[in-house]
Ligand binder design. Structure first.
Ligand code: HEM
Ligand SMILES: *[C@@H]1O[C@H](CO)[C@@H](O)[C@H](O)[C@H]1NC(C)=O
Ligand SMILES: *[C@@H]1O[C@H](CO)[C@@H](O)[C@H](O)[C@H]1NC(C)=O
Ligand SMILES: *[C@@H]1O[C@H](CO)[C@@H](O)[C@H](O)[C@H]1NC(C)=O
Ligand SMILES: *[C@@H]1O[C@H](CO)[C@@H](O)[C@H](O)[C@H]1NC(C)=O
Length: 338
């Protein structure tokens, strides 16, 4: 009898916990979400991002990329930050992420600072959103108010990441189809691709277009000849494919140079260059190459839309962004309160 009661209590508290969590994860996100519970949250994130910028400028680009790789795979829930466990393959080793996503330590540093200021309050999913915004603003891009109140996932899904995240070979029409599934428009696609205004990519991501585009045995004809010479020098056939090159001509400044480069046939990735070669996306590339404020405005809209993607699944506020909280201790705690 006693055991049954105990079991019932545990079951009830479990249901209770999951219900709160799943309810919260479908709540509307809002600006100023932490203004009472952790008033300095946004300035703490900003402070750590500033330190990261001084230490290694590229790390801001690397962190900004997290928003894309997190939000497309089951919503913005920090699933991407979970390390592998004996029973769960994380997303860090998924096809598009392995040997590529980096600067996880910057998020750890933000989390540690936030846990010191307000333990258990600010989710890792919200940290990604704030840090991405700050990465853009600190490198010369626009600033915008972010909507907050996300929860962190209880699981990661490597297979979903493998199936969803686009490869650098992808062309503009395939990217349009992918983004459409998330209610992201052609305009959103082109503007968000402008994130490649900062950061670097590996030779690994462009070898095929330098030496064997679409199995032709020839380079991609869309590459400007002088730029191709530069790329061939950076990435000869026998190169260590982890060597990196700049995604645009001004890789530590968030500006519209990326779009000028596309117009000039100087796009690093095939996926980027096809935004200019395909008629569906070309006009946006031209517009943003000429008018940086148009780009900034569309980029902010795109980041807000992408940041609103949610899984609707139960969540929590993780203590450590790399691991889910111990469920067991939660249940015990819940019981003590009853
Ligand atoms: C539209 C489809 C996209 C494709 C196909 C794509 C693909 C890639 C690839 C292949 C790399 C280099 C990976 C490597 O060689 O290691 C990269 C880097 C990057 N991506 Fe994207 N990406 C896309 C959209 C986005 C979006 C929407 C964002 C952010 C909003 C983003 C942010 C970045 C950043 C900042 C980097 C540089 C990271 C660093 O320097 O560490 N990308 N992307
Ligand atoms: C774009 O990519 C898709 C998917 O790989 C392919 O089916 C299509 O033929 C490509 N479109 C063009 C015009 O190359
Ligand atoms: C180019 O790609 C095609 C198709 O993937 C392949 O059959 C061919 O061997 C490749 N050529 C070279 C030189 O790698
Ligand atoms: C890049 O480096 C990693 C680890 O340092 C290694 O495992 C991987 O094989 C390298 N990738 C390429 C394409 O050379
Ligand atoms: C650029 O776009 C902004 C609106 O985003 C507009 O006010 C401005 O006039 C445009 N500039 C040019 C040179 O067309």
């Amino acid at each position: 009898m006693a055991i049954t009661n105990q079991l019932m209590t545990m079951l009830m508290s479990l249901i209770f916990l999951l219900r709160i969590a799943s309810f919260a994860s479908s709540l509307n996100l809002q600006t100023g979400f932490y203004s009472n519970s952790c008033p300095n949250a946004e300035s703490i994130v900003r402070y750590v991002m500033k330190k990261a910028l001084i230490r290694e400028p590229r790390s801001l680009a690397s962190v900004m990329r997290f928003q894309f790789h997190d939000c497309l795979v089951n919503g913005c829930d920090a699933s991407m930050l979970l390390d592998d466990t004996p029973t769960m393959l994380g997303e860090k080793l998924a096809l598009s992420n392995i040997n590529s996503l980096r600067s996880f330590e910057v998020i750890d540093e933000v989390k540690e600072a936030l846990e010191n200021a307000c333990p258990g309050i600010v989710s890792c999913a919200d940290i990604i959103i704030m840090a991405s915004r700050d990465a853009v603003a600190l490198t010369g891009g626009p600033f915008w108010e972010v909507r907050l109140g996300r929860l962190d996932s209880l699981i990661a899904n490597q297979e979903d990441s493998n199936n969803i995240m686009p490869s650098p070979r992808t062309n503009a029409s395939a990217l349009i189809n992918l983004f459409e599934k998330y209610d992201l428009s052609v305009k959103d696609l082109v503007a968000l691709s402008g994130s490649h205004s900062i950061g670097k990519a590996r030779c690994f991501s462009i070898m095929f277009r330098l030496y064997n585009q679409s199995g032709t045995g020839k380079p991609d004809p869309a590459i400007d000849p002088d730029y191709r010479k530069e790329l061939n020098k950076l990435c000869p056939l026998d190169v260590d494919q982890n060597v990196t090159g700049n995604l645009d001509a001004t890789p530590v400044v968030f500006d519209n140079q990326y779009f000028k480069d596309m117009v000039g046939g100087r796009g690093f990735l095939n996926s980027d260059q096809t935004l200019f070669t395909f008629p569906e996306t070309r006009e946006f590339v031209k517009l943003y190459s000429k008018n940086q404020s148009e780009f900034f405005k569309a980029f902010v809209e795109g980041m807000l839309k992408m940041g609103d993607l949610q899984s609707g699944k139960p969540g929590e506020v993780r203590k450590n962004c790399r691991v889910v909280n111990a469920r067991h201790s939660h249940l015990l705690l819940e019981k003590e309160h009853m």
